[in-house]
Design a protein around this ligand. Structure first.
Ligand code: ZN
Length: 316
């Protein structure tokens, strides 16, 4: 049987100042702002989507930026580090680039035989860049980062949990994941075990719950091909006792949500239709796009949003 889930679709974080958020992800990291819309559940807040040139599933880091939000804290029941994939020769490029923009970077670490660096955005969001030669994706080929150094998309995510048994059962029995290996208390799972599908569980030693606010991840979404496969996933999860939402229309994909046993909010999102449904590929992210139901209120919605600019020239 074809797998219903094929890796990570997107990861969504809470952020502070929207302009700082764009400066960091579009400017410093060189991801393409592929969509500028609103939080469909809270229309006074932006929803930014950053990804490769089309915002393909597996590349899209999204944020809800709240001006003046206080910082959250990392803890158990959270996705604490989002890892992006870079080419095996790009680590020095990124160390230099991050230092140039005042981002303090960890020493080079080694994990499962691959080298990586770790740092935080202006809100304290945990990010890793993992150098590897196992990723055929191209990233954004014509952004301000040279194509050979551009971020390819996600490598994976680290879940910080008090215990792993129930989450492991969910991933491996109901979500098409398999156990890949363990290293220094890090338990690795993947669908194929390639960049874009990796989920690591690290057991939390403190037991302190994280506090969700700016600089923390709100949820992780996993990929499924289409609405038919999504309904199959929903049925499997509900049969196994998970409280799964109804299908929600997010315009660029359809979504279902449920809480995994360790406390992290999981989503399953469709690969279809993608970000080019309401904007030309050449102009993705340039205008504030609203779902049809919000369009009558565009004037009021835009008046409540802080204007932002995509000043990528400053980060060339
Ligand atoms: Zn989502």
């Amino acid at each position: 049987m074809q797998p219903l889930i094929t890796g990570i679709h997107h990861i969504t974080a809470i952020a502070g100042n929207p302009q700082s958020n764009i400066n960091f992800y579009s400017g410093i990291l060189g991801l393409r702002l592929v969509k500028k819309t609103i939080n469909f559940d809270s229309p006074d807040v932006y929803h930014f989507y950053f990804g490769d040139e089309l915002g393909r599933p597996g590349t899209v880091f999204t944020t809800f930026p709240f001006t003046g939000a206080r910082k959250g804290t990392k803890g158990s029941g959270e996705l604490t580090y989002t890892a992006f994939s870079i080419s095996i020769d790009s680590l020095n490029y990124w160390i230099e680039r991050l230092k140039k923009y005042g981002v303090s970077v960890s020493d080079v670490l080694t994990r499962f035989g691959e080298k990586l660096i770790r740092f935080e955005d202006h809100d304290g969001m945990g990010i890793e860049l993992i150098a590897n030669d196992n990723d055929s994706r191209t990233g954004w080929t014509y952004g301000q980062i040279p194509a050979e150094n551009s971020i390819r998309g996600f490598y994976g995510a680290t879940l910080n949990l008090r215990s792993k048994e129930l989450t492991e059962k969910l991933l491996t029995q109901h979500m098409d994941y398999r156990f890949i290996g363990e290293e220094n208390g890090r338990f690795r799972y993947g669908t194929e075990g390639k960049p874009g599908d990796i989920v690591d569980i690290v057991l939390d030693k403190t037991g302190n719950r994280g506090m969700q606010s700016a600089g923390t991840v709100h949820h992780i979404a996993f990929r499924t091909a289409n609405e038919a496969s999504q309904l199959k996933v929903q049925t499997i999860l509900m049969k196994n006792g998970y409280q799964v939402t109804e299908v929600k229309d997010r315009n660029y994909f359809k979504s279902i949500y449920f809480r995994e046993p360790g406390g992290v909010l999981f989503e399953v999102a469709t690969d279809e239709p993608g970000f080019a449904i309401d904007e030309d590929e050449a102009h993705l992210g340039e205008l504030i796009k609203l779902p049809d139901w919000a369009e009558p209120n565009r004037g009021r919605i835009e008046a409540n949003l802080t204007p932002v600019t995509l000043n990528t020239e400053a980060y060339a």
